[in-house]
Design a protein around this ligand. Structure first.
Ligand SMILES: NC(=O)c1ccc[n+]([C@@H]2O[C@H](COP(=O)([O-])OP(=O)(O)OC[C@H]3O[C@@H](n4cnc5c(N)ncnc54)[C@H](OP(=O)(O)O)[C@@H]3O)[C@@H](O)[C@H]2O)c1
Length: 321
């Protein structure tokens, strides 16, 4: 449901010709469905993904189904800050107006053992938060430029309901993020998904502080629902996968249903009409009830601390933002 009481439908989206969307994680699940619906409405879609062999057939499929040829692959491995920086540069080099940035890619770290990226950052933190923070920071000037040219800009961070039931009371344990002895897979996932919510809230506040209150910039986050995607499949024993997959298809929603909140927040006119900024939406574009968010998600000081800490960690890793 959107704010306007009627359930959101993809058909209700405005024409998006002339607008550009940048999406991470378009090689499977919710990301494919999001790219598909934006392309169907005429957007130029830049698909940032790490695996060209897997993603190009997806892109070809989107082009075939929608007739929109402006769907492109840009290499981006979120486990590498160098790759993310190069991807941001590649987007900028296109000299397109960037109107939508959808931070969709995500992963659950391995059970039991903490793993690190090539930059030495724990993998859940770098894929789900730091790389998206870096990408967003690098693309913010392009989004702000679109705003100044009179087209609204939208940022959507795909979070998870896990933030409300699997996280820590204090929200984020900044001091423990690099400590292997304090690594807990589900709590870590929940922390990073809370970071998605806090990051866009702080981004909204910062952009309004810079460009003025009520400016055409809308940064929001969402939970896609329990979606039948590839998320977590790596940790299922291969012999049980066929059964697991059959159960998932019975109890979970399709990626197309799961993409509704992202697409709504990225492109629906209701976002402007109802002034939806810094919000967290539930599955199928439903506004949240108070119980849908953990207490820390509304903590402005925590959002500011996350922003500053993210800058500090990236600077430590030799990447300026
Ligand atoms: N599925 C659910 O029930 C559920 C529930 C709540 C929230 N979410 C969130 O929804 C978002 C979309 O997930 P999904 O359900 O569509 O899962 P998915 O099918 O596993 O898709 C995840 C996407 O992230 C990409 N990704 C992972 N690591 C990457 C890396 N290092 N560099 C670049 N891309 C990377 C994957 O690329 P590869 O194909 O190359 O691995 C894939 O395209 C995630 O943020 C997830 O946390 C999902």
């Amino acid at each position: 449901m959107s704010d306007s009481a009627k359930p959101f439908t993809y058909e209700s989206l405005p024409d998006l010709s002339g607008q550009t969307a940048v999406i991470t994680g378009c090689s499977s699940g919710v990301g494919i469905a999001t790219a598909m619906e934006l392309a169907r409405k005429g957007a130029h879609v830049l698909c940032l993904a790490r695996n060209k062999e897997k993603t190009q057939p997806v892109i070809d499929g989107i082009i075939k189904e929608t007739g929109n040829e402006k769907v492109e692959f840009i290499p981006c491995d979120l486990l590498s800050l160098r790759s993310v920086t190069a991807a941001a540069d590649a987007v900028a080099a296109k000299a397109l107006p960037v109107n939508m940035l959808i931070l969709n890619a995500g992963m659950i770290g391995a059970p039991g053992k903490m793993a690190r990226s090539e930059d030495g950052i724990e993998v859940t933190w770098v894929v789900n938060h730091f790389s998206h923070f870096l990408l967003a920071r690098r693309l913010l000037p392009l989004l702000e430029r679109s705003v100044s040219l009179g087209t609204p800009a939208r940022v959507v961070a795909v979070s998870s309901a896990a933030q409300s039931f699997a996280g820590y009371k204090e929200g984020i344990r900044f001091d423990a993020y690099d400590d292997e002895s304090k690594y807990e897979m589900f709590n870590r996932y929940a922390e990073t998904k809370l970071a998605n919510i806090l990051m866009v809230r702080e981004m909204q506040r910062k952009v309004e502080e810079k460009l003025g209150k009520g400016v055409g910039f809308y940064a929001n986050s969402c939970h896609p629902g329990a979606v039948n995607s590839e998320l977590g499949d790596d940790y299922v024993w291969s012999w049980i996968r066929p059964v697991f997959s059959a159960i998932k298809s019975l109890v979970m929603i399709t990626p197309s249903e799961g993409a509704k909140s992202s697409v709504f927040l990225a492109a629906a006119s209701d976002v402007q009409t109802h002034n939806i900024r810094g919000q967290y939406y539930m599955d199928r574009a439903r506004p949240p009830k108070p119980k849908d968010l953990c207490a820390a998600a509304g903590d402005e000081a925590l959002a500011k601390r996350l922003w500053e800490w993210s800058e500090e960690v990236l600077t430590e890793k030799g990447v300026g933002v």
